[in-house]
Design a protein around this ligand. Sequence first.
Ligand code: NOJ
Ligand code: MG
Length: 587
Amino acid sequence: MQPLQLSILAFCLVALCQTCQDTESSTTTKDWWETAQFYQIYPRSFKDSDGDGIGDLNGITSTLEYLKDLGVTAAWLSPIFKSPMVDFGYDISDFFDIQPEYGTLDDFRNLIKKANELGLKIILDFVPNHSSDENDWFKKSVKREKGYADYYIWHDGKVNATTGKREPPSNWLQAFRGSAWEWVEERQQYYLHQFAVQQPDLNYRNPDVVAQMKRVLRYWLNEGVAGFRCDAVPVLFEVEPDENGQYPDEAVSGLTDDVDNRNYLKNELIENRAETIDMAYQWRTVMDDHQRIYGGDTRVLLIETYAPPAYTMQFYGNRSVKGAHLPFNFNLITVPASNGVSASSIKTAVDNWLLNMPAGRTANWVIGNHDQRRAASRYGVANTDAMNMLVMSLPGASVTYQGEELGMTDGWISWADTQDPAACNSNQNVYEQFTRDPSRTPFQWTSGNNAGFSTAAKTWLPLASDYKTINVETELAASSSHLKIYKALVEMRKSSKTLQNGSTKYAVLSEDVFVIKRSLSNSPTIIYVANLGSSSVTVDLRELDKTLTSSLILELCSLNSMKAVGASIETKNLELLAGEALIFTSN
Ligand code: NOJ
Ligand code: MG
């Protein structure tokens, strides 16, 4: 290459680097949740104590030492309340009691007690949008019993002028395919259900419902929980009926021809309404009041929201009102990724959170949950450590879905074994597009029978096929493993002031490489670098930051790396294998 070409190339590299962002975070002492490692437990699939093939509370209690050893701060349990299990606990028939398959209230109290002894916090799933159709509230509402007649969203429907037949009030679609309206013969009206038919939507324009759901929050706060993950919040309110008492139709989105798929419509009238944000602020007041009255640590509010940033960010609150501590950041989940992910899409995901977040708030990072395919399957098994290292190198809190620390992958579930209503409402030919079962297979504790999850002859979902190698026992015994890397990461985040309080700069280098620099005065600088592509590449880390020292100390590396932890490595000419991720420090 001629000198002129070289200097043009050097100029281009610097220009690329200017796309990186610098975000300052405050150095004041952080509250527990701001640097927390949250861990999501899907109770049905974590640990079965009584041999029925279904995970339960005593099972979870028996594994708390494992969570402690991982370094987790707080465990969020997906719903454990009484439920006919149409949507595996997200259809609650009694908000004040425990699902018998999972145990009793005493078992729950025992779990809280043991968690307290170990210094672990327990967070519950709050499902405000709907109940089960087997809930007494719904049964009373069907009968128009006093006080319950308007607990749900009821409507007469409309009469088709041509056929003379009664039809649903609007074209709205539910999340699990088909109409969002269901006719009830007894009441001679339709009710709204944004999810399954058996999950009627509560009516938040009824103050009794608002008060009742605050009672639910207080009830579990009184049992000693540290906060809530709030389910499906953006669908809490729908548009009000027009002056004729009719609900307007949603416009067609153009995204799919499948008329039963919710994406067929734009869903602008049934999601992301302003009133919903205010309800989250009201729940925050419930949490703060509880802490003020009874003392103890901050009770946290985490909001589930898949929505555009302009909406999601409002949950944080504003200058005059406090909102959720953390609206979940699903940007890393919604980036295009199926068996691979690009460095530029990671950068977009990070930008979309950090550049939109109101000043002084805490970011958070999530790569999986029980509604998504497993992180290792989505981003590619080779990128397992790179992704775990990423979420723990970025500023703020992060959330691990059970098994991500092991690199668990999707299980394959036949149509006959399929359980998820999102899949069961489709058919044998297409169910795999909709099913959430693959990420809900039993947690892998050992390489033995049922991966040590259960002694049952048959578990509620079959195990993922890789359990003989991907499990706690094997990974703890190995000299290096995804699990050991995960533990080292949590430890690093807990002890590093730079990771907790440092400023953040990041960039894409050479197409497939994502790099982050965290720095704080009087504290070692931390550099994360990962090659998310499928072939090796050589980069110069000083393209991110010219002030970097010529060599860096390797603190941690992915399982697929050949480098040695503790080695001093040259900043330029850094060769990275496909999927290789490294964390360096420099003084
Ligand atoms: C979101 C939950 O994560 C999902 O599992 C559930 O089906 C819906 N909300 C309805 O509650
Ligand atoms: Mg059990």
